[in-house]
Write a protein that binds this ligand. Structure first.
Ligand code: IMP
Length: 184
């Protein structure tokens, strides 16, 4: 089976991709820190990251890069593409403090997975809707404790349930369908 390199320092993401791409591609981890371009668009950030990583990898296998973020409606989509920076600087508790006083607390996690094989670059998006809540739960990572979906925060769900409905899973499922169609 052809292989695909997932450009990430996170081995949990690689395992998630292996599940979605089973039977379509072998997934290998490519531990490479690409430059995150300044953009308000996840697809632009992921596509440019994939193209940079493809070159850095010597162009011998297709690569994928994912970029994700939390978009709070009542904050006009903040922190969105800046989610990682905001998590490191403000921190998750203070993002909740910002959301706490809002009338509009609906939010979405969004993810774009970008694929490139050097000739074709394609992006696939996935989203999951939820509501901002006071932190609950010990599992997960990042903004999971303050994002509630269907009565549970992502930090209260087991990994299997979260992966089955996550933004990244939805984007990976679209990639898997696209690759399977291309192979057919
Ligand atoms: P990345 O693109 O996966 O590095 O994620 C960007 C930012 O969004 C980081 O601050 C992550 O912690 C956060 N993030 C991405 N996906 C999730 C998730 O599933 N749960 C909680 N936070 C997430």
């Amino acid at each position: 089976m052809p292989s695909l390199r997932f450009v990430t320092t996170n081995s949990g993401k690689v395992r998630e991709a292996e599940e979605y791409l089973a039977g379509v591609r072998d997934v290998e981890q490519f531990d490479y820190d690409y430059t995150e371009v300044q953009s308000s668009d996840l697809a632009t950030i992921a596509a440019q990251g994939a193209e940079e990583a493809y070159e850095a990898n010597g162009g011998d296998a297709p690569v994928i890069v994912d970029d994700a973020g939390l978009f709070v409606r009542g904050l006009d989509g903040f922190p969105g593409p800046y989610s990682s920076y905001v998590e490191d600087t403000l921190g998750v508790e203070r993002v909740w403090t910002l959301a706490e006083d809002l009338d509009e607390r609906r939010a979405a996690f969004r993810c774009v997975v970008a694929y490139t094989d050097g000739e074709t670059t394609e992006t696939f998006d996935g989203a999951v809707q939820g509501t901002m809540v006071a932190p609950r739960g010990d599992g997960g990572f990042g903004y999971d404790p303050i994002f509630e979906h269907d009565g549970e925060t992502f930090a209260e769900m087991d990994t299997e349930r979260k992966n089955a409905l996550s933004h990244r899973g939805r984007a990976l499922a679209k990639l898997a369908d696209w690759l399977a169609d291309r192979d057919a």
